[in-house]
Design a protein around this ligand. Sequence first.
Ligand code: NCD
Length: 338
Amino acid sequence: MSSFTGQHILSVNQFDRDAIEQVFSIADNMRPYADREKRTQVLDGAILGNLFFEASTRTRVSFGTAFNLLGGEVRETTGMSNSALAKGESLYDTARVLSGYSDIIAMRHPHAGSVAEFAQGSRVPVINGGDGANEHPTQALLDLYTIAKERMSNGQSIDGLHIAMIGDLKFGRTVHSLAKMLTLFRNVKFTMISPIELGMPDSVCAAITDAGHELIVTDQFEGIVEADICYQTRIQEERFPSQEEANKYRGKFRLNQQIYTQHFKSQTVIMHPLPRDSRAEANELDNDLNMHPNLAIFRQTDNGVLVRMALFALTLGVADKVSDFDRPVHWYTTKSQN
Ligand code: NCD
């Protein structure tokens, strides 16, 4: 990807290392705005169409917040049943219509490939906020940004990373996108831990091994003590044919203080795209780790705003103009002290 301006962001396959570096360097510049040290009006007058046809809390709100922090307005629709798609309208027609009302669109939809199909009808750039079990490119970028920051604090880069991905690797789009993006780096070791039936798709495994990285596939926690990152995931129950089928896998591969101490080195950083399923029968990431300094889950969610601000600024061609439109913050805020 040589320039982001006017481009759709649909898949991690669009990114090379230079493009990732560019996003990360703009994301760094966004921190004072997210921390409310100052604000910018660079997108004053611009409209984001935020279309979420599938459940979401942080992705939807962080896209909207990111756009607001750049000075833009957000128009939102949530849920399939509230939309004309429920009346049989095609993705193409919806895209033609809504792109007439927006300068850029962020979209989530339960079917793989749907966001790319929508983008074909859109007259403005479309950012994929998750299409079924397929991809979640902005989550991969914020996860990778978080990994880079955590590693940097130990004087390390992403090259040479050992990551353990745990849980529902079959239906979890975040791990598909993150694993593919990590193949762009050097000498990454992947340990995939899941019930055999919920293993990483062959296409993702092939992308890892074809790029020359080490891949271990297992249904045991043993032998991962050296992992630098433990990336836990939720059983994606909404993608199973039935609740009974999903129930079979709930509660497998839980992570809590005791299991963490037993199986991981003391520096292992704990990540999860969230939401974690905190119901007793699932509880894949226990609250007893909440105060652990290596728990990066809320650093991930904070970083999501920075990365999405960077993507909007780049896609709308204002990345180098953000500070030209600075304004002071005049309300009481504790943000920058967090
Ligand atoms: C994830 C998703 O929707 O794919 N959530 C998110 O966007 N942070 C993961 C999940 O729902 O388990």
